[in-house]
Design a protein around this ligand. Structure first.
Ligand SMILES: [Zn+2]
Length: 75
């Protein structure tokens, strides 16, 4: 996932999400890809997104890619 850019995520129809690591919170966010690309550009690496904190509890967020159309197989 470290080589992914915002443009590649969007082109594949994937979703960029963040979930709170705090057990009692588990807040869930979905990034607005179009807006992000507007702000930082399509070549921006997912890995370069700075550490984010949960706006509800202040805990760390975990960023992940989500498949909107599940495919079988790994890798
Ligand atoms: Zn939280």
């Amino acid at each position: 996932m470290s080589d992914w850019t915002l443009g590649a995520v969007r082109a594949r129809g994937l979703q960029l999400e963040a979930s709170c690591k705090t057990e009692s919170c588990r807040r869930f966010f979905v990034f607005d890809l179009d807006r992000l690309v507007d702000q930082v550009g399509a070549d921006y690496l997912i890995a370069d997104i700075p550490d984010l904190t949960c706006e509800a509890c202040g805990g760390p967020l975990k960023i992940e890619l989500a498949m909107l159309h599940p495919e079988s197989g790994g890798d």
